[in-house]
Design a protein around this ligand. Structure first.
Ligand code: SF4
Ligand code: SF4
Length: 416
């Protein structure tokens, strides 16, 4: 009999190897803010020893980032993410989603509403005020997040100087369907543009898919599993039953879309999930040969792998291939790079205190490393890190990795 995801917790042997990989445990030192402590709470919920409204249970599960940093370090293969999803679904069914959660989901993901919200946000961003007012405090941090969504100056020399590097486009063009998402489409359309261009250089023609909707990740993380399933069903139908890859440039979206088979429990959804690829997977190529090389960019870059890419999708090497395709670009090593930045979907909005505590640790390490660019492949991380860097007065830009490759291709004259 299926237990809705709780069975993924059975393997826990209480060894504690996961504790030092858990950003919330590192921030508080409280066992109940650790994976091991939360697993005990979730098991007690399943056994009926704790109710869905138990104060300690709700408090400590609400404070979990859902970053899944505890999964790859677990020697027993505990599926923490599935257990958390199951527990949150029960808690949300009992107490309902908070007003703030509902409002955020309505504004950011509802077709017909979100387009107006993003239009206003882009208007505000264009005034330059968010950049001026970025700082700590809820409103100023939100300003910093919005400011971080803008396309920043391009790096690289002129196309003319680098024209000798131009090479022929690959002859065998494959097709990839582009997932646009809600936040990515509303605030990061320049990353979609860079995705389309860089894939074209590497032999992929990107096609648009009508009828697609939000992936449902924010709903799933909030315990609104039925709403996440409804969105997943719409996307499965919209993308059809072809066999071309579905390319995603948001790690959080990609992580859930690769789990549609588990979420919907049917074969069509499983086939859809098997087609989902992060953009770095496609660019790195099946043999891991890496993308076509670009022009040199003399940059120091800190790569901050999104949790939903590194831990949930287990994609570590492919983004590095993008950087390796840019001569002169130097990757700066940063302590704690694999730890969550504290964004975690709506977490930064719902649990600002814990979110900032986790972020500040990361910012300390980034200040020491002093990169010019912090690269990360998820909209929430781009916004969280951008706002944090601005608030902390650290002069570094945030960019999606494909934007850097795009700059290198432009500098090489590939788009003339
Ligand atoms: S989740 Fe894994 S690493 Fe953590 S205590 Fe349980 S068995 Fe050990
Ligand atoms: S998902 Fe992240 S925050 Fe939650 S217990 Fe695991 S490591 Fe800690």
């Amino acid at each position: 009999m299926t237990r809705g995801g709780f069975e993924g917790l059975d393997a826990c042997v209480h060894c504690g190897f996961c504790l030092q990989a858990c950003p919330t445990f590192l921030a508080t030192g409280d066992e109940s803010d650790s994976p091991r402590g939360r697993i005990e709470l979730m098991r007690a919920l399943e056994r009926g020893e704790l109710s869905e409204t138990d104060t300690a249970l709700v408090y400590h599960l609400d404070r979990c980032l859902g970053c899944r940093g505890c999964e790859p370090v677990c020697p027993s293969g505990v599926q923490y993410g599935h257990g958390l999803e199951a527990a949150r679904a029960r808690i949300t069914a009992a107490r309902g989603a908070s007003v703030l959660t509902r409002l955020a989901l309505w504004a950011l993901t509802t077709a017909g509403v979100s387009s107006g919200v993003y239009w206003l946000a882009r208007l505000l961003r264009a005034t330059g005020l968010p950049r001026l007012f970025a700082g700590w405090g809820r409103l100023r941090f939100a300003m910093g997040m919005l400011s971080a969504t803008g396309a920043v100056k391009r790096f690289g020399g002129s196309a003319v100087r680098n024209r000798r590097m131009r090479t022929a486009q690959p002859p065998n063009r494959q097709t990839a369907q582009l997932f646009r998402g809600c936040v990515m489409q509303g605030l990061f359309s320049h990353v979609h543009d860079a995705t389309i261009r860089t894939l074209a250089v590497n032999g992929y023609q990107t096609v648009e898919v009508s009828g697609q909707v939000c992936c449902g990740a924010l709903h799933a993380h909030a315990g609104l599993v039925d709403e996440a399933r409804a969105l997943a069903r719409t996307n499965v139908a919209a993308f059809g039953d072809g066999d071309e890859p579905i390319v995603v440039n948001s790690a959080g979206c990609g992580a859930l879309m690769k789990e549609y088979g588990h979420l919907l429990g049917d074969e069509r959804a499983a086939r859809f999930s098997a087609r989902v690829r992060d953009v770095t997977e496609l660019l790195a190529g099946d043999g891991g040969r890496g993308p076509v090389a670009g022009a040199p960019l003399d940059l120091h870059v800190a790569y901050d792998p999104p949790c939903h890419l590194l831990h949930a999708q287990r994609i570590a090497a492919q983004p590095l291939k993008l950087f390796a395709a840019i001569p002169l670009l130097e990757l700066v090593s940063v302590q704690g790079a694999a730890d969550c930045c504290g964004s975690a979907g709506l977490f930064t909005l719902l649990e600002p205190e814990m979110s900032r505590a986790v972020l500040k640790t990361k910012l300390e390490y980034l200040r020491e490393a002093a990169p010019q660019v912090v690269a990360t492949g998820n909209p929430g991380c781009l916004m969280q890190l951008g706002a944090g860097l601005a608030a902390a007065g650290i002069r570094a830009e945030v960019r999606h990795p494909v934007e850097l490759l795009d700059d290198a291709y432009r500098a090489a004259g590939r788009y003339e």
